[in-house]
Design a binder for this molecule. Structure first.
Ligand code: ZN
Length: 360
């Protein structure tokens, strides 16, 4: 019997030092959308008829329905019955900004604390992070500072837990949270940075890490696994790790300072960068080319350097001893999918999503 194996992810070469990194497929989607040029102006009588039709239609049109709250779950973690986890999207909240009915989960200059609280409640109810008496689990969030600082959330006798009960926040700076206490949801706030969720299926312990370029460069995920080993006795082979949605190498152009920061830290740093030909940066860098109507392609080609943060964090998980088959990625670019995600790089003025994990 023939077995049809569909390979939809290109295989990349092995990485020199980070072990047998297997390909994560990214679509380098460069779509050029031409605005349709307006044809000859219609006659005024035609316009009147069209407007009357449009007015009639809008009078009978129902108010747009609130899109359902959409939370993504990772197949690798969905099978653990004791685990609660999810990657929020922008869809299905009460925030009027950023396109309306958005699920903004952290206070921004444009949104209100009341909206954020209502959005957070929606998320927790959707995930069934609810106590027997109907009240919500505490949600532990950090004051994120793009560091590699990791904090443990202890049980009811711990100092953090007391603060959690009071205001649902760990008023501490850092970018990683770990716990083996049930009934607490750990979260990181993201809008392009990568959230990484880790679950120890034997010890029933969890971790969440905020990995932007600075946190990744400071090896937050590698240190996070080390903390789980130290604090819970976690064995890497029992860990399941998921790299959530974030800005992909398709959209993440970086400057020389980021490149040299990675070079100073990782022997395999060259494997993390890609040179991408970018027509937009060509226009930005060489505007005279276009003013002079010089034929495209006759100037110096504009190559921009892009960073692959998924690959970087994948390597760190491997280096920490997590087996490759236990690592997965959501494989979604926040900047390519602003219909689904907030993207700080793409939108500048935007909301924040949460990636959360907890123990029932
Ligand atoms: Zn992209």
């Amino acid at each position: 019997m023939l077995e049809l194996v569909q390979k939809n992810r290109p295989q990349r070469g092995n990485l020199a030092l980070c072990g047998h990194f297997r390909a994560i497929g990214y679509n380098q989607r460069v779509s050029m959308q031409k605005k349709s040029s307006r044809s000859a102006a219609p006659k005024s009588s035609t316009l009147k008829t069209q407007r009357a039709k449009r007015d009639r239609a809008s009078a009978t049109r129902r108010a747009p329905r609130t899109p359902a709250l959409k939370v993504l779950s990772a197949p690798a973690l969905a099978g653990l019955p004791w685990l609660v986890h999810g990657f929020s999207t922008r869809q299905g909240g009460v925030t009027g900004e950023y396109g309306g009915r958005q699920l903004n989960l952290n206070l921004t200059p444009e949104d209100t604390a009341e909206n954020v609280a209502r959005n957070r409640e929606r998320l927790l109810r959707k995930l069934k992070a609810v106590k027997a008496n109907g009240s919500l689990w505490p949600l532990a969030l950090l004051n994120q500072i793009h560091s590699a600082a990791i904090h443990r959330v202890y049980g009811p006798r711990g100092p953090e837990y007391a603060r959690l009960r009071r205001d649902h926040l760990v008023a501490t700076s850092g970018d990683g949270l770990i716990t083996d206490t049930s009934g607490v949801l750990l979260g990181v706030k993201v809008a392009d940075c990568y959230p990484v969720l880790v679950a120890d299926r034997r010890k029933k312990a969890v971790g969440v890490f905020h990995a932007g370029w600075r946190g990744t460069q400071q090896r937050i995920v590698e240190k996070g696994i080390g903390e789980m080993r130290r604090q819970f006795g976690s064995k890497p082979e029992n860990l399941i790790a998921v790299i959530g949605p974030g800005i992909g190498p398709c959209c993440y152009e970086i400057g020389e300072e980021v490149e040299s920061a990675f070079e100073s830290q990782f022997a395999y740093s060259r494997e993390l960068f890609e040179d991408v030909f970018d027509s937009w940066s060509l226009k930005t860098k060489y505007p005279m080319l276009f003013l002079n109507q010089r034929a495209p392609g006759h100037g110096e080609p504009a190559l921009s350097r892009h960073l692959d943060l998924v690959k970087a964090n994948w390597c760190q998980l491997l280096d920490a001893g997590v087996p490759e088959e236990n690592i997965s990625t959501m494989d979604m670019c926040t900047a390519c999918r602003t219909d689904l995600f907030f993207s700080y790089r793409k939108e500048q003025v935007t909301g924040r999503m949460l990636a959360v994990i907890g123990i029932r």
